[in-house]
Design a binder for this molecule. Structure first.
Ligand code: C2E
Ligand code: CA
Ligand code: CA
Ligand code: CA
Length: 278
């Protein structure tokens, strides 16, 4: 046993150094990617359930690494958040998304809004409203076409400061949604104080609609709650026809998920829109 423990320590130490090295290398690579503009933005449709039309798209970042290929956000957003690189990254995503939406509007594609994810770190930047105003102005995009997604758990940290930030953003005319709703232990009294427009029901509840009666009940309760608070409600991670039918029956306003389309690069998304709106 004694020996086993020693072995454990012996093997652990170098591994930790390796992890640190890897993290360091990753940070350097990410920094370079930001400089070289290697980030891509993919777009996933959000479907208005009543009209069955795409009304909005969520912008989701991808890192196109020269040798690793397309790296998903789960593998670099946490690092970007810890190192503060998220501020620069987030600005690039916002700029690309706003420019893209404006371009599609100019090309006569059906009018779309875009929702962009904001990290907690970004949301704490005092100059966030000024940054967003500048990006909108430079893109020539009207603010009502931009929605900002902040996760429920981030929104619930330092609520009073967040309310002030949300108010400032709302005054500019942009929309605000609470992402991953249902996972972050919201206080309902705070939820009422947030000047928000949309609740996005977390995927974990949607996937359980037909397996777990509790999940179906929770999804229904969130839809009712949203209606009571006069908020729009979007379901994320809709993968099956059955889930979609449930959501329509319960008057969920919007649905997003692989059933309709995965996040797509701009050219593929454009084709998708043309195919799905005629
Ligand atoms: P999220 O904001 O909750 O985004 C939804 C995620 O669910 C996306 O993963 C999307 O591809 C995935 N998804 C959509 N529909 C389905 C479905 O039907 N089934 C399943 N299994 N998954 C589905 P993705 O693109 O890998 O992004 C993961 C997370 O990374 C996002 O979760 C978001 O928190 C973060 N993220 C992505 N882009 C950005 C960004 O530009 N800035 C920041 N701060 N975070 C971002
Ligand atoms: Ca999101
Ligand atoms: Ca989400
Ligand atoms: Ca999520």
């Amino acid at each position: 046993k004694q020996q086993g423990r020693n072995n454990f320590q012996y093997y652990m130490a170098p591994e930790k150094t390796e992890a640190q090295l890897e993290r360091f290398a990753m940070e350097a690579m990410l920094r370079k990617a930001l400089e070289k503009d290697e980030l891509l933005v993919y777009y996933q449709p959000r479907i208005h359930t009543k009209s069955e039309r795409v009304v909005c798209v969520e912008a989701l970042v991808r890192w196109k690494h020269p040798s690793l290929g397309i790296v998903p956000p789960a593998e670099f957003i946490p690092l970007a958040e810890e190192t503060g690189l998220i501020v620069q990254l987030g600005e690039q995503v916002l700029r690309k998304a706003c420019n893209q939406i404006k371009r599609w509007q100019n090309e006569g594609l059906p009018e779309l809004s875009v929702s962009v994810n904001l990290s907690p770190h970004q949301f704490r930047q005092q100059n966030l409203p000024a940054v967003i105003a500048r990006i909108l102005r430079q893109a020539g995009l009207r603010p009502q076409y931009l929605e900002l997604e902040i996760t429920e758990s981030a929104a619930m940290q330092n609520v009073n400061r967040n309310i002030l930030m949300m108010r400032e953003l709302k005054e500019m005319g942009v929309k605000i949604s609470i992402d991953d709703f249902g996972t972050g232990y919201s206080s309902l009294s705070y939820l009422k104080k947030f000047p928000i427009d949309v609740l996005k029901v977390d995927r974990s509840f949607i996937s359980g609609i037909h397996e777990d009666p509790d999940h179906a009940a929770i999804v229904n309760a969130i839809i009712v709650l949203a209606k009571t608070l006069k908020l729009k409600v979007t379901a994320e991670g809709v993968e099956t026809e059955e889930q979609y039918i449930f959501l329509r029956q319960h008057h969920c306003d919007e649905a997003q998920g692989y059933l309709f389309g995965k996040p797509m690069p701009p050219d593929i998304f454009e084709e998708w829109v043309r195919l799905n709106t005629t």
